[in-house]
Design a protein around this ligand. Sequence first.
Ligand code: P1T
Length: 379
Amino acid sequence: MKFNTKTIHGGQEPDKAYGAVMQPIYQTTTYAQSTPGGHKGFEYSRTHNPTRSALERAFASLENGEYGLAFGSGLASIDAVMKLLKPGDEVISTNDLYGGTYRLFKQVFEKFGIKFHFIGMENAADIEQYVNQNTKLIWVETPTNPMLHIIDIQAIAEVSKKHNVLLAVDNTFATPYLQRPLDLGADIVMHSATKYLGGHSDVVMGALVVKDKELADKLYFIQNASGAVCGPQDSFLMLRGIKTLHVRMQRHCENGKKVAEYLAKHPKVEKVYWPGFEDHPNHEVAKKQMRDFGGMLSFTTKNNDYSEAIKIVERLQIFTLAESLGGVESLAGHPASMTHASIPKEEREKTGVVDSLIRLSIGIEDIEDIIADLEQAIG
Ligand code: P1T
């Protein structure tokens, strides 16, 4: 099955009970047993629920994996991956990443004795110096949030395999429409499904997909033991959103390119971060591992003026000033005071998250309206 077909049919079949074409919402916590242990594969909805199971099969299909897991949020899915580790273990992570992921690593898991190294990974060889016998996981976000750095997944996978370390890739910005990390050698792919997979800004959810049965069993154990699952209504909405992933992504990419090109020529704009530009430091890697360049971009204004950036985001009208990304509607954010406020100023500025940085999630509205809105807001 090819990708566009998978978004609609991957892991899905008409419901066994009545032939319903859409996966029914099994709004139930529990399942009748004829005798203790005599059930139809479902016992309790924290462990399994038919609507969630259909979604988990869809996630696995999209990412060319074998096993999918759905969680109550993207962070809950990252939390589950971290619970594979034990005190004394070390993690090497991209230094530019979603602020909430950084907060989870630093403020929750560091307390339990896990050590994190946050490093630039544009050059995969740089990782080697941080690998030691305690290293258990490499955590990669690509494209990174919010600087749109591109990390070469295949090159990092070579390092992870050489040292027998797990490689997890947060594929939220790219989606499996643009890149499939498991095909490139990653062990775990993670999503804030809240974003492009759901696509309509109405569900908070996380996803993991793996190929390996043993790893899947460990994660299913954690999913059930810790219990951060999503409900059947949200699973249904996610399944519905996924069916249009490919058409939405195509338009996000088309509009993203036009906005990036428009901003790059704007006299008040200092720099535009978008992996489709030939002078983007890892443009060649982006071309190699992604089908297109996505709908996310960030930019700074001249003089790095905090109050000017705030005025721009306040003036926007088609764009909504809001956290999150990846919905059909265009959103704008000010990372330093919003999504990345939990990262200390010195840390975030090292990776480029300066006061004038504005992040845009380009929606699928008419491009003329999107650009006119930026024009009036930037002035
Ligand atoms: O919000 P949640 O579903 O828990 O997912 C967390 C997460 C993980 N990884 C990436 C790359 C993300 O962007 C996010 C969430 N990000 C935002 C809310 C944001 O506005 O950037």
